[in-house]
Design a protein. Structure first.
Length: 411
């Protein structure tokens, strides 16, 4: 019975961090804490090796995915949904492999009674279904946290990831040595996950309001309803992109704030990808309907960056810490607006340029007085690298626009 409890108690750990849970399982198997075949002493010796190979393969695949995905998603934002699907699939597969090893699926079943095989199959199916459900809930929570402006830059996700790592390592150890206690601990864990899910859902709903004309769910920062197109009074965005309760007084400044956060200029829904040809999937509005709109956006971004440079220089004067704080301010502010609207190849080049400049300038940042110029230089270089493709697109669009004939001169 302890084997079945250990399997079901491991659901939250594989559902949240399959990489860490798989690593902990492999380590505990090497120490003999998890025996193959549900404690069956007659299990063949190759079963542990086979399970370790399968789990180790999943570990390597998940490690590579976690390492490269941040860079891939920054270049190809359209791949973001596949990231979450891969996370759920990997969690489910890892949990079922662990359950199969623990219940003897990798061992010979010739000498096992039919009742044991049936119970093991039911437990394996329950492990897969529960891990799938938990991984989907965990993914939804992570998506909600990543959507909060500043969550990544302010280190919220980093602290959460470190806490989850300790949680999973401790939980897998508890499953190995005290499966009954681990099974009891699943109840409060499930309660906490459920509370977090509904809290984030309530926060998302607070950002929206029903349209008075057609009752369509509309973002509070929207200038138009995505359903009927009715004009409305939008709420302004604060300095880090959150919706405030203050009405937007300047329409043009509000449109720039929406585009700077890669949101639709009309309905304020997130754009799947920025760029000069970006179009909202919800209401069909183009990010830059006219060639002059790109120029207006670039001029507003230039002014915002110039206003931010003195603050970046002040932060950069502080050794080491100032570099991190300055880059956080740059990422959170509208001065980073142009970075969201480059095509994938331009974003790739800009990312390489930014990382290279960061490595070079970080060595100079500790030098007094010279360090104050490091963060502004990184900001300007990144801005110019991202600005050039939009400027070129504006020039091409202006040259391709039809020229209205001049009125005839009076006789």
């Amino acid at each position: 019975m302890g084997s079945y409890l250990a399997v079901l108690a491991a659901v939250p750990y594989f559902g949240s961090r399959p990489l860490v849970a798989s690593a902990a399982a492999v380590l505990l198997m090497a120490l003999g804490a998890f025996e193959a075949g549900a404690g069956d002493p007659g299990a063949p010796p190759h079963s542990r090796f086979l399970a370790a190979v399968v789990i180790g393969t999943l570990f390597a695949v998940w490690s590579a995915q976690r390492f490269v995905w941040g860079h891939v998603e920054a270049v190809w934002p359209r791949l973001s949904p596949w990231r979450w699907r891969a996370a759920v699939a990997t969690a489910t597969a890892s949990g079922m492999v662990f359950a199969g090893y623990r219940l003897g699926a990798f061992a010979s079943s010739a000498e096992r009674p039919t009742s044991a095989l049936l119970l093991g199959g039911m437990t394996l199916g329950a492990m897969g279904a529960l891990t799938l459900a938990f991984a989907q809930a965990h993914t939804r929570i992570r998506q909600g946290l990543e959507a909060i402006p500043g969550a990544e830059e302010l280190g919220v996700l980093l602290v959460l990831g470190a806490g989850e790592m300790l949680f999973v390592v401790g939980g897998m150890t508890l499953c190995a040595f005290a499966p009954t206690a681990a099974a009891i601990a699943v109840l409060p864990i499930t309660g906490l996950v459920t509370c977090a899910y509904f809290l984030l859902r309530a926060r998302e709903e607070s950002e929206r309001i029903a349209c008075p004309s057609c009752a369509t769910s509309t973002h509070r920062a929207a200038l138009r309803c995505p359903g009927c197109g009715a004009l409305r009074e939008p709420s302004a965005l604060d300095v880090i992109g959150r919706t405030s309760r203050t009405p937007a007084s300047d329409t043009q400044a509000h449109i720039f704030a929406l585009l700077a956060r890669c949101r639709c200029r009309a309905c304020a829904e997130p754009l799947e990808a920025g760029g000069p040809t970006a179009c909202c999937a919800r209401c069909g509005t183009s990010a830059f309907p006219a060639p002059d709109d790109i120029q207006k956006f670039l001029r507003a971004a230039d002014r915002t960056l110039l206003r931010t440079l003195p603050l970046l220089a002040l932060l950069g004067a502080v050794p080491v810490v100032g570099l991190v704080a300055g880059l956080c301010v740059l990422r959170l502010s509208s001065a980073n607006a142009v970075a969201a609207h480059g095509r994938w190849k331009h974003r790739l080049v800009a990312r390489v340029v930014r990382v290279g400049l960061l490595l070079v300038f970080s060595l100079l940042q500790v030098v007094p007085f010279l360090g104050a110029a490091v963060v502004p230089l990184i900001a300007v270089a990144s801005h110019l690298s991202n600005r050039r493709p939009l400027q070129r697109a504006a020039a091409l669009a202006a040259s391709a626009a039809p020229v209205e004939p001049a009125p005839p001169a009076p006789a």
